[in-house]
Design a binder for this molecule. Structure first.
Ligand SMILES: [Cu+2]
Length: 491
């Protein structure tokens, strides 16, 4: 339902695009100037076709206390909300007004990893442009997805610098009457470096994954979330941060989970806290059934490491946004059931992926590029899966199209790693040997230091080459990624 609330909440901050410190090729100057009259905050499909355009560029920031310049899509950080429907033909032109290569990843979409689809091996040079084009299946799950750069070695810089857009796919879940009746608000959670620079890009900060001190929702600091007494608010949460893991709680209200990364769950599940790692999404319903007033949406302290002293949690809860009661409506009920998540077939095989970090200079091919910006004075530090750092031309894992496998993700490290697989969603079967409470579609799962997670995935529909990796993007850039080849049977 379209409401002033929703429109307000997706607006985010605007930025005048000045293209100052980061010089772009002359061909983009005209575009950069024209972007100073802000482009729309939402880009949507019409009549089954989505014609979208994103211009990546450096823009002057207006976030109080934030960095002077941000990387933006169409002058915004986060970028415009993209909204499409299951069954749509999508054509998205990416124009690169940065002074370095970039590209796009369609995080969570079930589309081909080849050609003009979710092809992270494509690169758009500075001053260049390319069109991503694909059709979403008619039965593509409704959900909240994420468009962000995936240029190896630069992903973290570009996402931490400000690039990324939420992508809503409308479909099945949106037609459930109780969900359709809720006021909807997409909340993009993103942290930025402060202008003081204490949280800058060097040394141990990059090894842990850079976090910024400024916490924002849609580029705003502590925005208001109005709710009428008796009303229902659907918060669609995307962690678009480089490395920050959020631990969310809303004062006085449970967060009623209705969807995870890949779409709806079977039964609503009230949560006191919701942990959201980079790349993860969650849809929650909030009932306006408490004493009218103001309630803070909090980020509670979270420690990203099992190792003493490393990745120390912030000590205090931080306020992300404020729920404020305004007006009243006849009480809206919560849905009783949503969309059943079918069990996947029994796996044909189980593979083991051991995530670890590695010190030293030898035997770490593929990380030299990523290490270039570290200024570590000779000592190398990188990450590996099964003893190998990412090499774009080396296939690490070959699977058969149509097969189902169990992947045991073993975090043998002292840091948490959110594990992300492209193209095909999975279900978490066990965590630390314990079964999950209910089936959920996931594409990113937090594997804590020392933990083991068993996930199950069917490689459906699309052959081709893609990747799996840690979604702490500094870790990804430092080698924590593998190449997956999905092969047609008999090939
Ligand atoms: Cu990691």
């Amino acid at each position: 339902m379209t409401t002033p609330l929703r429109r307000r909440q997706v607006l985010g901050l605007g930025f005048a695009a000045l293209g100052t410190a980061v010089a772009a090729p002359a061909v983009w100057n005209r575009l950069q100037r024209s972007a100073s009259s802000l482009r729309p905050a939402t880009l949507a499909s019409r009549g089954g076709v989505a014609e979208l355009e994103l211009l990546a560029q450096s823009s002057r920031s207006t976030i109080p206390g934030g960095p002077a310049e941000l990387l933006t899509y169409n002058g915004r950080s986060p970028g415009p909300l993209l909204e499409v429907k299951a069954g749509d033909q999508v054509r998205l032109r990416l124009r690169n007004g940065l002074n370095q290569p970039t590209n796009l990843h369609f995080h969570g979409l079930h589309i081909p990893p080849t050609g003009t689809g979710d092809n992270v091996f494509l690169t758009v040079p500075p001053g260049g442009s390319t069109e991503y084009a694909f059709r979403l299946a008619k039965d593509h799950p409704a959900g909240l997805f994420y468009v962000h750069p995936h240029q190896h070695g630069l992903s973290a810089d570009q996402v931490f610098g400000g690039l990324g857009s939420a992508l809503v796919v409308r479909g099945d879940l949106d037609r459930i009457p109780e969900v359709a009746a809720a006021h909807e608000s997409v909340l993009v959670l993103k942290d930025y470096a402060s202008s003081g620079g204490q949280d800058a890009a060097m040394g141990v900060g990059r090894m842990l994954g850079r976090e910024g001190r400024l916490l924002t929702v849609n580029g705003e600091i502590n925005p208001e979330l109005p709710i009428p007494s008796g009303g229902l608010l659907r918060l669609r949460l995307l962690n678009a941060s480089n490395a920050r893991i959020y631990r969310l709680a809303l004062e006085g209200h449970p967060l009623v989970l209705i969807a995870t990364d890949g779409g709806a769950i079977g039964t609503p599940e009230p949560l006191k806290e919701l942990v959201l790692a980079p790349g993860e999404r969650a849809d929650v319903l909030v009932q306006g059934n408490q004493t009218p007033g103001s309630y803070r949406l909090l980020n509670l302290p979270y420690r990203r490491s099992g190792h003493m002293g490393m990745g120390a949690a912030e000590e205090r809860p931080r306020t992300l946004a404020t729920l404020r009661y305004a007006g009243a409506v006849a009480p809206l009920p919560l849905p009783q059931t949503l969309i059943p998540v079918a069990a996947l077939p029994a796996p044909e095989r189980t593979r083991r992926f051991v995530l670890a970090h590695a010190m030293g200079m030898g035997g770490m091919g593929g990380m030299n590029h990523a290490m270039g910006g570290m200024g570590g004075g000779g000592m190398g530090m990188g990450f590996q899966i099964n003893g190998q750092a990412f090499e774009p031309d080396r296939i690490n894992t070959r699977v058969q199209l149509g097969s189902t496998e169990d992947w045991l993700i073993v975090n043998d490290d002292v840091m948490d790693h959110p594990f992300h697989l492209h193209v095909n969603p999975f279900q978490v079967i066990t965590r630390g040997g314990r079964p999950e409470s209910q089936r959920r579609w996931k594409d990113t799962v937090l594997v804590k230091a020392g933990e083991e997670v068993r996930l199950r995935v069917t490689f459906r529909d699309f052959p081709g080459r893609t990747v799996y990796h840690c979604h702490n993007l500094d870790h990804e850039d430092m080698g924590l990624m593998g190449v997956l080849q999905i092969e047609e049977r008999g090939v």
